[in-house]
Design a binder for this molecule. Structure first.
Ligand SMILES: [Zn+2]
Length: 321
């Protein structure tokens, strides 16, 4: 290593230090609202479900999400053991990012969130309906979906089917498939679709909650497999496969991209979502109401079918006698 490469490395380190500085805001008790620019006190936000006075929705920490959805106690569905989050042992051997190892990044995410994967999965009751809830954590690598997340998702789905729960809920806030894991990551698209199909075969109503940006392979796979797609608030943006710039490049000026492209109202207009809520405070009630309507329908359908079967068998018996 000569003095030029050494200087370059020092330069990169200095840049990283300056880049990391804004993160110190996380350690304070104050939060800046990007919509109204007001500074809010975190305990006040906590009491208001992390919603600013101007109705901007900050990210709700996954633990609070679970607390707000479930009636009381809930059990965590832990990530399976022995899953390799970095099957390609991804690293950069030369260039500006020399020495970059993906596993180091995963270790950082794990330490920062206390989670093994980008998902938190739990089971409990939502308005007296048994439920499994899967929630992406954007603090874990922007909620990317890799092989480890995939296995965790499958474990939760398996649990829901075996326990015959009443409803299945996934809260999406995901940047897409983990590109560092290549084909093993992409396989998550197919596997999560198969898992969703199995849940549906077992007549479990499914709810997708778009809580934040959801893009790429996650958006293009399990997201649209749900019975209901609920956009949590009007503040949700970037519900899309690829960003505006990339999409414009693909269209190459043949078509105009609308201003509301990928926003909650835009997605609703395109018919890709069923409902946009005013506030996340309405989420639990909305899920419970929709679920109870479907489950009652299913119950009456089953009892009707049983009644028809009974009548048919009565007719056969009477004709035989
Ligand atoms: Zn605000």
């Amino acid at each position: 290593m000569n003095w030029i490469t050494r200087w370059k490395k020092i330069g990169i380190k200095v840049k990283q230090i300056f880049k990391k500085q804004p993160l110190s805001q996380e350690a304070t008790d104050w939060k800046n609202c990007p919509q109204c620019k007001k500074i809010s006190y975190k305990p006040d936000l906590f009491n208001n479900s992390y919603i600013c006075e101007c109705s901007f929705h900050f990210d709700l920490p996954p633990k609070l999400r679970m607390d707000s959805l479930f009636d009381s106690n809930y059990e965590m569905i832990d990530a399976p053991d022995n899953i390799d989050p970095d099957p390609l042992s991804f690293e950069v051997k030369d260039g500006a990012r020399e020495g970059y190892r993906y596993i180091d990044k995963i270790k950082k995410y794990r330490k920062a969130t206390g989670q093994k994967t980008a998902l938190i999965c739990a089971s409990g009751n939502i308005s007296n309906l048994s439920a499994v809830v899967v929630c992406f954590n954007p603090k874990f690598g922007a909620g990317r979906f890799g092989p480890a997340e995939n296995e965790h998702f499958l474990k939760a789905a398996n649990f829901a089917i075996q326990k015959k729960v009443d409803i299945w809920v996934v809260v999406y806030q995901s940047s897409g498939i983990d590109v560092h894991t290549g084909v093993t990551g992409l396989a998550g698209m197919t596997k999560s679709i198969i898992a969703m199909n199995e849940i549906k075969k077992n007549n479990i109503p499914t709810f997708c909650v778009a809580a934040r940006a959801t893009a790429g392979g996650t958006y293009a796979s399990s997201f649209f497999m749900h019975d209901f797609i609920i956009v949590e608030s009007k503040c949700v943006e970037n519900l899309l496969f690829s960003g505006k710039r990339v999409t414009a490049n693909i269209l190459k000026g043949t078509d105009q991209i609308p201003d509301d492209f990928g926003t909650g109202p835009g997605v609703m207009k395109s018919g890709l979502a069923d409902i946009t809520l005013e506030s996340r405070k309405e989420l639990k009630e909305t899920i419970a109401n929709l679920a109870s309507i479907i489950l009652k329908k299913e119950e009456s359908k089953i009892s009707n079918e049983e009644e028809i079967e009974n009548r048919e068998s009565d007719i056969k018996v009477s004709s035989a006698s």
